[in-house]
Design a protein around this ligand. Structure first.
Ligand SMILES: C[S@@+](CC[C@H](N)C(=O)[O-])C[C@H]1O[C@@H](n2cnc3c(N)ncnc32)[C@H](O)[C@@H]1O
Length: 340
C-alpha cells in the first residue's frame, strides 16, 4: 500500500493521481492511500508534498543514530523509548524539513498506520524557475512552476506516456515557465508566442542552471494562435500545456460591462486557437491542458459557458475542473481545460 500527501490544489491533485491507476483508493483529509503497479511514477507527481509506502513497524529496524521526523508526538515518544533514538522532530503534514529530508528518516503515523516517506516534491527545481529566472513579469501573468508541472501531468494523462520521449508545446510561451519546467523534467519543448523576446532573454540564465537538460530540444518560434499551425515539427508534439492569454488588464475600477468585453475578446482568441488545434492535430488526438482567465469580480460565467459550447461542437472530449487557481489580491484567476 502506498500513500501521498496532497499539496494545495486537492481537486487537481486527485485527477493527477489517476495517472497511476490507483486501486483501493482511500482519501482521508490531505492524504491518499492506495495500491498501484506504477510505483515508479510516484516521484513524477506534482500535486503532492511527499509520498511513500506503508510499513509494518515490527518489520522495521530503527537506527538510533538517525533523526526521526514524524507528524505524531505519541509515535515519536514510543519509538524513542523502544529503539533509544536520540532525536526526533515533529513536522507538519504538508511541510518538508530539510535536515530530515537530507539525513533523517520521516515516518508519518495515522491511527497506528506507519507511512515511510520515500520522496518529496521537486522544490529545488520549482524555486530555481520561480525566483532565479532573469526576467519575469506580473503584468502578463506568470505561472508558478509547481502548478505548471501539475498541468504537464494533467495533459500527459496516461502513465504510458511518461516513458516516451515526450514533447511539450506551449503556444503562449510568455517568459518560458512551461519550457523550463518541461526541460528540467527531461522533456523536449517547443514554445511559441506573438512575442518571443521575453523567453529568449531567459535563455542565458537557463543554460547556466543546474537544472538544464542540454540533450533535450528547446525550440522557439514566433506564432500568432489566430493563424493556422503549419510547422512540421509540431507533428511531434505529445502534449499542449499553456497558460493562455489573460485578456486586457483589469483593475478594481473595471466595470461590469468591461468584464463582459474582456471575456468576449478572450473567447474569440480561444475559439480560433481551438479551431486551429483541431485542424492541425485532429479531434481527440492530442493531449492538452490550458488555463483560461476567470474574472473574480465579474458575476458572469459567459467565457466558460461559450468556450465549453465551442469545444463540444468541435467534437473534442474535455472537462473543466471546478478549481479556480488565484493568488492573493489577484483579480484574475485561472480555470483549466483538459482534453480527455
Ligand atoms: C499569461 S502570458 C503567458 C505567461 C507564461 N505562462 C509564463 O509563465 O511566462 C500570455 C502570453 O500570451 C501571448 N499572446 C497573446 N495573444 C497571443 C496570440 N494571439 N498568439 C500567441 N500568443 C499570444 C502574450 O504575448 C503573452 O506572452
Amino acid at each position: 500500500m502506498y500513500f501521498v500527501v496532497f499539496g494545495k490544489n486537492i481537486e487537481l491533485s486527485k485527477i493527477e493521481l489517476n495517472i497511476l491507476n490507483p486501486s483501493n483508493l482511500k482519501i482521508v483529509g490531505n492524504v491518499a492511500f492506495f495500491e498501484t503497479d506504477n510505483y515508479d511514477f510516484l516521484s513524477k507527481l506534482s500535486g503532492i508534498v511527499k509520498y511513500g509506502k506503508l510499513i509494518n513497524e515490527n518489520e522495521f529496524v530503527f537506527d538510533p543514530k538517525v533523526i526521526l521526523g514524524t507528524n505524531n508526538l505519541d509515535f515519536a515518544n514510543y519509538i524513542k523509548k523502544k529503539y533509544g533514538i536520540k532525536r526526533y522532530k515533529i513536522i507538519g503534514l504538508q511541510n518538508t524539513d530539510l535536515e530530515i529530508k537530507n539525513k533523517g528518516i520521516e515516518i508519518l503515523n495515522f491511527d497506528g498506520k506507519c507511512c515511510l516517506v520515500k520522496g518529496y516534491q521537486n522544490i529545488d527545481l520549482y524555486s530555481n524557475i520561480d525566483y532565479d529566472k532573469s526576467i519575469s513579469g506580473m503584468n502578463v501573468g506568470m505561472m508558478p512552476s509547481k502548478l505548471t508541472h501539475l498541468m504537464i501531468n494533467l495533459g500527459i494523462f496516461s502513465s504510458d506516456n511518461f516513458v516516451n520521449n515526450l514533447s511539450i508545446y506551449d503556444p503562449f510561451v510568455g517568459f518560458g515557465t512551461t519550457g523550463f519546467v518541461a526541460n528540467g523534467l527531461g522533456y523536449n519543448f517547443i514554445g511559441s508566442d506573438i512575442n518571443i523576446s521575453s523567453v529568449k532573454k531567459n535563455l542565458k540564465w537557463r543554460n547556466e542552471t543546474n537544472f538544464v537538460n542540454n540533450d533535450k530540444k528547446f525550440t522557439l518560434y514566433k506564432h500568432d494562435v489566430n493563424d493556422l499551425f503549419k510547422k512540421s515539427f509540431l507533428k511531434n508534439v505529445n502534449v499542449i500545456v499553456s497558460e493562455g492569454f489573460l485578456g486586457p488588464l483589469v483593475s478594481r475600477k473595471t466595470k461590469k460591462h468591461e468584464y463582459i468585453n474582456n471575456q468576449k475578446k478572450v473567447l474569440e482568441l480561444y475559439k480560433r486557437f481551438f479551431d486551429n488545434v483541431i485542424a492541425f492535430w485532429g479531434k481527440n488526438n492530442i493531449n492538452l491542458c490550458i488555463t483560461f482567465p476567470y474574472y473574480l469580480e465579474s458575476d458572469s460565467n459567459f467565457l466558460e459557458t461559450e468556450l465549453s459550447f465551442h469545444i463540444k461542437n468541435l467534437g473534442q472530449k474535455f472537462f473543466v475542473p471546478k478549481t479556480i487557481y488565484h493568488r492573493k489580491k489577484q483579480l484574475v484567476g485561472r480555470k483549466f481545460i483538459i482534453f480527455e
